[in-house]
Design a protein around this ligand. Structure first.
Ligand SMILES: [Mn+2]
Length: 427
């Protein structure tokens, strides 16, 4: 299924006047406050987020998985689904592949297909958290941290293979997330496990092409419940430092213990120029992987405030970040769910962009705590949805992407094309 510009324009027609009225009103309001509206519309328009190749099918929990029908059965169809989302939202101009779930058979054909949708290949992701068919050694007791050098060598080689695949597709970064750790006290020697992991990562780092970056993701628990080898940003940071200049930390919003101040972690890493990538999702309790902005939208806004301020005053030379949605869809259609996440991300970004950073800084310098809070909440409570819609409209997207999905019944069309029984490769 493909959506053409003409179809989107036709769909937008009867909604345009209402939107224009709302946007013009907001434009005036913001301009009166001294906000550079046009610049912000452009910044929002330019903000693109990668969709992971494993997100287009129904997710699941360890208790069950409920198929939705019409799921993409191969990489080509996954790219097509990202293409649909991008056509409607104009904000998902990249895909992030998970290897070995999505090894391209013909890299050139896959690239041509992605290009037709205006999609680039973002970071590639390795997988040493589960065993694959015909694999010689098991990762049951770890991969890059394993006590047996032969298992570590196999895991390092897998990461090298992932880099080779990424090179063929034009990717420029590798994300490593390790499930390595221990389920019970006493199982693992913490120091030795960390040292072995560092050695393995250094080997992977040395293999990367000169223009590649390594992202080291951390997570405090799960699937290992007593310890994970890379449990927090500090551990990720020291490993990145041990690897070299082109190794960075990756923050996944769900990979923190409850109530962790994630915005402060973001600020700290930007201060050191070591923030490489971002995985968006939301959570109530643990790594729930639910829709971005569905539980803690104010936290997301505060994180974007640090990102905007940190990148505007980038004294440490932090490179542009790799943005990706890392969520799972158990009860909603993944296409609609991803559209909601993309909208929440752009909205939080736009809200952060209208903060008067100079005024905020002046309030801090005077210890005017009340004013500092007022400045943040004034931005957060301004309804910027018309601005986000305008950015989408100018790029050729749909004014109401979810409305479009429902009007043409995209899922029904996909089920007709692919059948009810298809299952997306992945978890
Ligand atoms: Mn992640």
């Amino acid at each position: 299924m493909q959506i053409t510009n003409a179809e989107i324009n036709l769909f937008n027609q009867d909604k345009t006047k209402n939107h224009k009225d709302q946007f013009d009103f907001l434009h005036q309001q913001l301009t009166n406050k001294g906000v550079a509206v046009e610049k912000i519309v452009q910044q929002v328009q330019d903000f693109q987020v990668a969709i992971p190749s494993w997100a287009l099918g129904a997710g699941g929990t360890r208790f069950g998985r409920f198929s939705i029908g019409g799921e993409p059965a191969n990489l080509e169809e996954k790219i097509d689904d990202v293409g649909l989302i991008h056509a409607l939202t104009q904000s998902a101009g990249a895909i992030s592949l998970h290897i070995p779930w999505d090894i391209p058979g013909d890299a050139e054909a896959i690239m041509t297909r992605a290009q037709a949708h205006g999609i680039l290949f973002d970071a590639v992701n390795s997988n040493t958290f589960q065993d694959q068919a015909k694999q010689e050694h098991s990762y049951k007791y770890g991969s890059l941290c394993h006590v047996d050098p032969a298992v570590r060598a196999q895991a390092v080689q897998h990461n090298k293979d992932v880099i080779d695949i990424g090179v063929k597709l034009g990717s420029k970064s590798l994300t490593v997330w390790l499930a390595d750790g221990s389920v019970f006290p006493g199982q693992l020697n913490f120091q030795k496990a960390l040292a072995r992991t560092q050695g393995s990562l250094q080997e992977i780092y040395a293999y990367m092409p000169d223009d590649w970056r390594l992202f080291i993701e951390y997570k405090p628990y799960e699937p290992n419940f007593y310890s994970t080898v890379i449990q927090d940003w500090g551990t990720s940071h020291l490993l990145a430092n041990a690897c070299g200049e082109r190794a960075y930390c990756l923050v996944d919003l769900g990979h923190h213990l409850p109530n962790t101040n994630i915005e402060q972690i973001v600020a700290t890493l930007l201060w050191r120029g070591k923030l490489g990538g971002f995985h968006f999702n939301d959570s109530k309790y643990g790594d729930d992987d639910v829709t971005v902005g569905s539980i803690k939208p104010y936290q997301l806004f505060l994180i974007f405030n640090e990102l905007v301020a940190g990148m505007a005053n980038n004294h440490a030379g932090n490179p542009p970040l790799a943005w990706m949605i890392d969520a799972s869809h158990n009860v909603k259609d993944p296409i609609e769910d991803l559209i909601q996440s993309l909208e929440a991300i752009r909205l939080a970004y736009a809200q952060a962009l209208i903060i008067d950073q100079a005024q905020l800084e002046a309030a801090r310098d005077k210890n005017d705590v009340t004013l500092a809070q007022e400045i943040l909440q004034e931005a957060y409570r301004t309804d910027l949805r018309p601005l986000v819609r305008e950015a989408r409209l100018r790029a050729g997207g749909a004014l109401d992407p979810i409305g479009y999905c429902r009007a043409v019944d995209i899922r029904r069309v996909l089920i007709e094309e692919r059948g009810l029984e298809t299952v997306a490769t992945g978890l």
